[in-house]
Design a protein around this ligand. Structure first.
Ligand code: G3P
Ligand code: CA
Length: 239
């Protein structure tokens, strides 16, 4: 079972910042999950919420600001200066960094609220520029967005995100021609796992933050756990 850091090492460092990504790598994560959206001027940036208010010292929607405006904000302000100033990363900045590591990246297209026209093309262009085609999994709660990107880049690995307890998720994911199911980990009963595996679909699950769940999911044969504490997951998997 592989260990992916959710929004970087977000349990200890400001989520979706280069600091959290570097710390996840140093903690021994196998991969990093991150969220992408578009700025007003069409640049791909890494941030979870559609609004700036929770994680930065800005207010309002990400999509209403240019990249230059967003780069003046601090994405670690809730740490009250203890982490320095950490800007919202561009996806390009991340790609340039991760290309020098052996990390796999799970790029979540945050297209569930705003569809962000052309985000799929822009992500694909950057993945090619930095030769990350074999080191990426693309996922989204917006399954139309996943299929749009799959049209552009059919050889990449894709996952369908789901928070609810679907009846036959393996059949659903297989019918979309997608390789991975990305469910909420609490929904993974032995029966559901067996149904998904019967369709040869990989299971990459979120957000796994306690030791007991890591052990339960390992016993169920889950492929990737995505959590906020990659150090804890690494320790438990080594036991
Ligand atoms: O990709 C797994 C997980 O990150 C999905 O939920 O809200 O944390 O982006 P969320
Ligand atoms: Ca996410």
């Amino acid at each position: 079972m592989l260990n992916f850091a959710h929004r970087g090492f977000s349990g200890k460092y400001p989520e979706n910042t280069m600091l959290a990504f570097r710390k996840a790598w140093e903690a021994g994560a196998d991969g990093i999950e991150l969220d992408v959206q578009l700025t007003k001027d069409g640049q791909v940036v890494i941030i979870h919420d559609e609004k700036l208010d929770r994680t930065t010292n800005g207010t309002g929607n990400v999509r209403d600001y240019t990249l230059a405006e967003l780069r003046k904000l601090d994405a670690s302000y809730i740490y009250a200066g203890q982490m320095g100033v950490n800007p919202i990363p561009t996806f390009e900045e991340y790609c340039a960094w991760v290309a020098g590591t052996d990390l796999v990246t799970n790029v979540e297209l945050k297209t569930g609220v705003y569809p962000y026209p052309d985000i799929e093309e822009k992500v694909w262009d950057l993945l090619q520029k930095y030769h990350l085609e074999n080191k990426v999994i693309i996922s989204s709660f917006n399954h139309f967005s996943v299929l749009r990107m799959k049209e552009l880049a059919p050889k990449l690995k894709y996952g369908l995100l789901e928070e609810s307890w679907l009846l036959n998720p393996g059949a659903y994911v297989a019918s979309a021609g997608v390789a991975c199911y990305h469910p909420y980990h609490g929904s993974l009963t032995p029966e559901t796992v067996a149904e998904v595996k019967s369709h040869n679909i990989e299971i990459n699950t979120f957000t796994v933050n306690d030791e007991e769940s890591v052990k339960r999911l390992r016993a169920l044969g889950i492929d990737i756990v995505i959590g906020n504490f990659p150090d804890m997951v690494k320790r438990v998997l080594a036991e």
